[in-house]
Ligand binder design. Structure first.
Ligand code: CA
Ligand code: CA
Length: 427
């Protein structure tokens, strides 16, 4: 089975490479275009406009714009975004009522950014940085990723912080700890020749429940140890990292939990599902041996967020990045499921006009027991929940102005009985 999926993966990868013959150029052009659209240093430094947090609006409305009481899955929704002039995590009810808020002032949390390398990457204002993975614990405390991992209690008091260069997803471990993407800046003397310096070495970080780093696994080392260099150096790439110093772009790490283990006979509880954007690749590794048990390249392109599902498949948020800000070439982002026993894939949502959604970067999803899909369309400032027929049953937009929305980095719906909190009030 592994051989078949390997062959299918390599075939799909060949197709992707073919489509991306001019990839380095595309990527540079995209960086330039997106900077032009969203980034205005003057507005950021004078704190007149948080341009890095904004995108052009694609949909009407603000807040909860649609809610089908009979079809939306009950629960509370965490939203990590930008509200009223600052980064903030909110917990809202389905009707939009705010249950709790965690406004975040980065400079209250971090005294300095000495651990951020290179020094040019240290943020000048909190508007220069975007919130990333976030999760709530049953007692109402929040753990999130903002140039380091931070835990605040239900009322916003700092519990602990981890000064590491962390990024993207933050997911729970069965032992009460967390898995998060990390990175190390390699300024001189390459650790991975022929990759040239400077570059960022993405790592898988394990954080304990009390905020200590207990493991760090280099993704590039995994490519070397598992003889996967052909994938790393394809895509018509030379040995220079792209202008963002990004070699592979790790963006998601999920642990296979004991409850899901039976659905995946080829894996074991504790194995990690890892998404790596640049080679369009997801893989399952044993974090103890660092052996790759399975991987597949495509059909997703520049995906974010892969999840283990109870039916033995893996679902993927396929950005299907096509070099545009509007998805007009490949038809938008998709939710794809793959069966790791045979490599077969199926589109669960997206890829047709009535299901259009697209985010060139970020993006997140969650599939509920009734098969409704919860989708974070990050650069559209929007979250939707769709039913099995692809009908929207809940829709939320974080609007900034008539023609702009705030980047909506992350959202997750929790069942009501997840929480032990009886009263969210902090007074
Ligand atoms: Ca995931
Ligand atoms: Ca997910």
């Amino acid at each position: 089975m592994f051989i078949i999926s390997l062959v299918a993966g390599i075939f799909a990868y060949g197709m992707a490479v073919g489509m991306y013959e001019i990839f380095p150029y595309q990527h540079l052009k995209y960086v330039k275009d997106s900077l032009f659209q969203v980034y205005d240093e003057a507005g950021m430094l004078t704190k007149t406009k948080p341009t890095k947090q904004l995108f052009k609006s694609r949909y009407d409305g603000t807040g909860v714009v649609y809610f089908d009481k009979d079809s939306a899955v009950p629960g509370l929704t965490l939203i990590a975004s930008f509200f009223d002039g600052s980064l903030e995590i909110r917990l809202i009810a389905l009707d939009g009522e705010i249950v709790n808020r965690w406004p975040i002032n980065m400079f209250d949390i971090w005294e300095n950014f000495d651990y951020v390398q290179p020094s040019e990457s240290r943020p000048a204002t909190e508007w220069n940085i975007t919130l990333d993975g976030a999760m709530l614990l049953p007692d109402g405390s929040v753990v999130f990723n903002l140039l380091g991992v931070i835990k605040l209690d239900r009322c916003g008091n700092l519990k602990w912080k981890v000064p590491k260069m962390t990024h993207h997803s933050l997911e729970p471990s069965i032992d009460g700890g967390f898995w998060v993407g990390g990175k190390n800046y390699i300024g001189s003397k390459s650790k991975h020749p022929p990759i040239k310096t400077p570059y960022e070495e993405d790592t898988i970080l394990k954080i304990s429940s009390d905020g200590s780093v207990v493991r760090e696994i280099s993704i590039l080392d995994i490519f070397w140890k598992n003889n996967l260099l052909a994938l790393l150096f394809s895509n018509n790439r030379d040995f220079d990292p792209n202008p963002e110093l990004d070699v592979i772009h790790l963006n998601d790490i999920d642990e296979l939990t004991v409850g899901l283990e039976d659905a995946f006979p080829q894996f074991n509880a504790g194995d990690l599902l890892v998404s790596i954007r640049e080679p369009n690749m997801i893989m399952v590794i044993d974090p103890n041996t660092e052996i790759v048990k399975w991987y597949q390249v495509g059909p997703w392109i520049q995906q974010h967020d892969a999840d283990f599902q109870e039916n033995g498949t893996i679902s993927v948020f396929d950005n299907d990045f096509d070099g545009t800000m509007d998805g007009s070439i490949f038809g938008g982002s998709k939710i794809i499921s793959v069966d790791p026993s045979n490599g077969r894939t199926e589109i669960l949502y997206g890829g047709q006009d009535r299901e259009f959604m697209y985010t060139s970067t970020q993006g997140d999803h969650q599939i509920f027991r009734n098969e409704n899909i919860f989708i974070v369309e990050a650069n559209a400032g929007r979250v939707i929940e769709v039913d099995v027929n692809g009908r929207i049953v809940w829709e939320y937009i974080n609007r900034y102005s008539d023609d702009e929305v705030c980047r909506l980095s992350h959202a997750i719906r929790y069942p009501l009985d997840y929480f032990t909190v009886e009263n969210w009030s902090c007074n």
